[in-house]
Ligand binder design. Structure first.
Ligand SMILES: [Ca+2]
Length: 461
């Protein structure tokens, strides 16, 4: 149309060139007015169209915003949009797309459970509120109880502290006492050590003293040469102390003599053997015919019995007073019923040599230095006390004197029994005769036995 208008205008211009200048300006004005009108009309039309289009695509929602739900009974619809006017728009799942249905189901489940949880939590909160109240009441009660307990504990603590204080004081007292006891103990130990030391000193001095006494006694015993100070014979009127003195005075006949030992001033009679082995023997015992009973008690054996010229026992007291004068030797002569003879000799002999009271001490035997032909049957009796039927000094549970019918320096019991029964040789009983076991055993009672003593030869020279 514009082109048409341009063409009209062009053709009008071509018609009136020059002459028609006035008609030409009126025509141009009309043309512009028409053109403007067309433009306005066009603008109104376009605007109306646009407005219509806009109203179509965004119609106003009369009753609020649409409600969006998922899968609410619409078959395969994933999401349903329900508008305010009640119309619904379903969004379906594209079959070519991945199936997110299950995920949405899970999401919905999660959502539902979350809702339930929230609801439950809410109800729980309500219930819990009630419980909390109860709990608070309980807590308050317990707090009260605990306060009471705390007060009690505090009181206990205070009393314990007081007790601890008392205990501490008692402990201090005990420690003081302990210290005092320890001090006492150490002092006692010191005193004990002093006592032990003094006892040791006393013991050692006692031992020294004993040793010196022993030496002195030995010296006294060996001082027998002081016998040399006495007259060797009786010629000058001095009394003989034993048969040795009588022999020294020139007497050579066997027989009964009076002798006066130093500690036996009244003296007594004894048989002197002046012929056997140089003579000068004082006989202290003889058995020869069984005429005298030797089964006697203590007093008889202490004082002596029998006939000096025949069977006899000189007596322990006499023997003691003789043997304490000097070193004496012992000779025992034996004979059997076949007239065989034997002898046993001992270089040292004595009874009660170291006894203060020989009688109380039991006249213990000192014997040593055997020689001879009969064998030794006496050394085992060395140191033993004399036992009689009425005085048991032996080591046997029985009385050896009673058991073996004699009297001797029994141990437990004997190797010799020269004071036994006179049984005339061989006998069936055991060891109760006149036995010298080393020569004739324990079942042969000898015919003859004689015990004699004299000072050892070096004493008489
Ligand atoms: Ca006994």
């Amino acid at each position: 149309m514009v082109n048409d208008l341009w063409k009209i205008m062009n053709s009008a211009s071509e018609l009136g060139d020059g002459s028609q200048h006035k008609s030409k300006s009126t025509c141009s004005y009309l043309l512009w007015t028409t053109l403007l009108f067309v433009i306005v009309l066009l603008a109104v039309t376009v605007t109306g169209t646009v407005l219509f289009m806009n109203n179509y695509h965004a119609p106003p929602m009369p009753d609020g915003p649409p409600l969006i739900r998922t899968n609410q009974g619409e078959g395969n619809a994933l999401v349903t949009v329900e508008r305010g006017d009640g119309s619904r728009v379903n969004i379906f799942i594209d079959p070519n797309c991945p199936d997110y249905g299950k995920n949405f189901l899970r999401l919905e489940g999660a959502h539902t459970s979350l809702l339930h949880s929230l609801t439950d939590h809410d109800s729980d909160l309500k219930g819990q509120k009630g419980q909390d109240n109860v709990l608070l009441v309980n807590l308050a009660e317990q707090l009260g109880t605990m306060s009471v307990h705390a007060s009690q504990l505090k009181r206990d603590y205070d009393s314990l502290r007081r007790g601890q204080g008392n205990l501490g004081q008692e402990l201090n007292v005990l420690q003081t006492e302990q210290g005092r006891l320890i001090q006492l103990l150490s002092e006692s130990q010191v005193n004990m050590v002093k006592v032990v030391n003094s006892v040791n000193e006393a013991l050692s001095s006692l031992q020294k003293e004993t040793g010196s006494i022993k030496n002195r006694l030995k010296a006294d015993l060996q001082r027998a040469p002081t016998r040399g100070a006495r007259p060797k014979t009786c010629a000058n009127g001095s009394r003989p102390r034993d048969c040795s003195d009588i022999y020294a005075s020139g007497q050579r006949e066997d027989g009964t003599y009076s002798i006066f030992p130093t500690h036996h001033p009244s003296g007594f009679q004894a048989f002197c053997d002046m012929t056997t082995d140089g003579g000068g023997w004082t006989v202290i015992q003889r058995r020869e015919d069984g005429s005298i009973s030797f089964f006697r008690g203590w007093d008889a054996y202490r004082n002596g019995f029998g006939k000096i010229t025949g069977e006899h026992w000189l007596g322990l007291r006499q023997i003691n007073t003789l043997t304490i004068q000097a070193n004496y030797e012992l000779r025992i002569d034996l004979e059997d019923f076949e007239n065989n003879t034997a002898f046993a000799q001992y270089g040292t002999f004595g009874v009660g040599l170291l006894s203060v009271d020989p009688n109380d001490d039991g006249y213990p035997l000192t014997i040593a230095d055997y020689s001879g032909t009969a064998g030794d049957s006496l050394m085992k009796h060395n140191g033993m006390k004399f036992t009689t039927m009425d005085q048991d000094n032996d080591h046997s549970e029985n009385n050896c004197a009673s058991f073996y019918h004699g009297a001797w320096w029994y141990r437990n019991c004997h190797t010799s029994n020269l004071n036994g029964k006179y049984l005339n040789g061989q006998h069936t009983s055991y060891a109760d005769g006149i036995e010298w076991s080393s020569w004739t055993g324990w079942q042969y009672s000898l015919k003859f036995s004689e015990m004699k003593i004299r000072p050892t030869k070096k004493e008489t020279k």
